[in-house]
Ligand binder design. Structure first.
Ligand SMILES: [Zn+2]
Ligand SMILES: [Zn+2]
Length: 130
């Protein structure tokens, strides 16, 4: 299935790839404005909804209920510190093979996966002895 992407969708996909970090719809709106390729906020939401169902963007919901979007071409995982909020990128994807296995076993087309690790960073371990 190949979906035809309109210009708004292309701009968002390119932006997410360029910035290489997760952005909320609001932040995407602001970033596009700064790059002088503005889109209306409603257009941003509509484009993100289509891109999500095409598997062209990754979406993750924060504890605040806000959705953040990230490029599909960046298979990136993080170690998140619960104390200071530091987010350390993990070098390799540890579940790449699992994804392929699941696709075969369940005949499910997997677009992307979420995997996050939570705990204390090196600095915070030093100051928060258990
Ligand atoms: Zn920390
Ligand atoms: Zn991964």
């Amino acid at each position: 299935m190949t979906a035809q992407r309109n210009r708004s969708q292309q701009r968002i996909v390119k932006l997410l790839y360029d910035v290489n970090r997760p952005l909320s719809a609001q932040e995407i709106y602001v970033e596009l404005r700064q790059r002088e390729t503005p889109l209306g906020l409603a257009t941003v939401y509509r484009a993100l909804e289509s891109l999500k169902l095409e598997g062209a963007v990754q979406v993750r919901t924060l504890s605040t209920g806000e959705s953040i979007y990230e490029s599909i071409d960046r298979d990136q995982h993080y170690l998140t510190c619960l104390n200071c909020g530091a987010s350390l990128p993990v070098k390799d994807c540890p579940v790449h093979q699992l994804q392929e296995k699941l696709e075969t076993s369940y005949n499910f087309q997997v677009f992307y996966h979420n995997l996050e690790f939570f705990g204390l960073c090196e600095n915070c371990q030093a100051t928060h002895h258990i």
